[in-house]
Design a protein around this ligand. Structure first.
Ligand code: MG
Length: 189
């Protein structure tokens, strides 16, 4: 296996490791970093894989955050039905099949918001798609804990843990201001 060079590894470094689910990403935090727009991943950032609808808690979060920031959903999921229904229930614009870490769809969202990329945060649960895409474009990047149904261990969780492990080997620090992420990961080893 060929490892990325260090210059590429730094692109895996989130600007902020929240250490919690997106529900705990507050307006105060976004204002602290002068964020005016959000590009949100969908699967396991907003909605667990085994759910088809946004929770009431998430709807309330969106209602609050949209008063201070424009929001777009940008998902790699190819299902227009799944992502479209979630977007509709939250009354948010969306792009499915985005092919992150490609920058193209993130740039499209920032352009639609009429914001420069530094004012936009890419928020997601995955390093090699969400964080990498955001960093490649020059967005502020926020890693959140996945929104999972605690009763079900999804296969993606294993992949995510591998990404976390590999990133740390490459020198990425996941010990952020707002988190206990690293500690939680270690406890699962
Ligand atoms: Mg995700």
């Amino acid at each position: 296996m060929k490892l990325p060079t260090m210059s590429k590894a730094i692109l895996l470094q989130p600007d902020l490791v929240l250490g919690d689910t997106i529900i705990n990403l507050t307006a105060e935090i976004l204002q602290q970093y002068q964020i005016k727009g959000l590009v949100l991943d969908v699967d396991e950032t907003l909605v667990p894989f085994n759910k088809t609808e946004a929770s009431e808690e998430l709807k309330q979060w969106v209602a609050q955050i949209r008063t201070i920031a424009d929001i777009w959903l940008v998902s790699n999921n190819l299902s227009q039905t799944r992502i479209g229904n979630i977007a509709k229930s939250l009354d948010l614009p969306y792009i499915a099949g985005a092919q992150k870490p490609s920058r193209r769809r993130l740039k499209q969202a920032a352009t639609a918001m009429n914001l420069s990329v530094e004012k936009v945060a890419m928020v997601g649960d995955r390093l090699f798609t969400d964080v990498l895409a955001g960093n490649r474009l020059g967005m502020f990047t926020i890693l959140v804990e996945p929104m999972v149904d605690s009763a079900i261990a999804t296969p993606s969780y294993t992949i995510r843990n591998f990404e976390v492990w590999l990133s740390q080997k490459l020198g990425v620090s996941l010990a952020g201001t707002h988190n206990n992420f690293t500690k939680k990961q270690q406890n699962q080893d």
